[in-house]
Design a protein around this ligand. Structure first.
Ligand SMILES: C[S@@+](CC[C@H](N)C(=O)[O-])C[C@H]1O[C@@H](n2cnc3c(N)ncnc32)[C@H](O)[C@@H]1O
Length: 211
């Protein structure tokens, strides 16, 4: 058996044993353990949440005083819990008014079926990541955290720069549970600063130094 298959099977078996419907939970768990994205009592928005592994992990982490709100076009397959709210809808049809309170964290594992055509898959992934980022900017509390899946491409570098501009700290990470052949990685933003800082004169194309 190839190494990647063994790694794949390890996380799939573990997920089944621990009661999660998908192995992807170990990606969020690794990110969260390293970068402290989610805390007890938080309100967390999970975009592209089906079948529900991340949502279940978030609900356990935030506890009964927190809320885990998931959005997907597909149904979730996890037990109903008092602190979980599921919205069955496309992220492109969400409105700011859908959420009356802001969030301490927004996480996105959004992805659509891959076609195998590299530039098409990268383009679709960027579109979903851009949407997740737009939603995050409108619903995150200052100081909030963001996690977003995206496929590696020249476009993903530009996207990373945009995220970095809006957070105190940003990082790219490829968790161990990502299968070897996949192009996916995750962008983490910690400490939402609410707005892009004003561009420098050089960035604005004016040259010279700021006085
Ligand atoms: C990799 S799965 C997420 C797995 C999930 N994090 C878990 O742990 O169970 C990606 C999800 O994104 C969802 N998705 C793709 N496009 C979407 C859209 N426009 N709006 C909402 N969800 C979407 C898919 O339906 C799919 O369930």
């Amino acid at each position: 058996m190839y190494r990647k298959d063994r790694q794949n099977e390890f996380y799939t078996t573990l997920a089944k044993k621990e009661g999660y419907p998908a192995r992807s939970v170990y990606k969020l768990k690794e990110i969260d353990e390293k970068y402290k994205i989610i805390r007890e009592g938080n309100r967390v928005l999970d975009l592209g949440c089906a079948p529900g592994s991340w949502l279940l992990y978030i609900s356990q982490k935030v506890g009964e005083k927190g809320k885990a709100i998931g959005v997907d076009i597909e149904e979730i397959k996890i037990p109903q819990k008092a602190n979980i709210v599921f919205i069955k809808r496309s992220v492109f049809d969400l409105k700011e008014s859908d959420f009356k309170d802001k969030f301490e964290a927004v996480v996105s594992d959004l992805s659509s079926k891959t076609s195998g055509v590299k530039f098409l898959d990268a383009g679709k992934s960027l579109e979903l990541a851009e949407k997740a980022f737009e939603i995050a900017k409108s619903v995150l509390l200052p100081g909030g955290n963001f996690v977003c899946k995206i496929f590696q491409s020249e476009l993903s570098d530009e996207f990373f720069k945009k995220v970095k501009n809006c957070f105190d700290f940003a990082k790219k990470i490829r968790p161990k549970a990502v299968i070897k052949k996949s192009k996916e990685f995750y962008i983490i933003g910690r400490g939402f600063t609410h707005q892009n800082p004003a561009p420098s004169r050089e960035e604005a194309g004016l040259g010279g130094f700021r006085t």
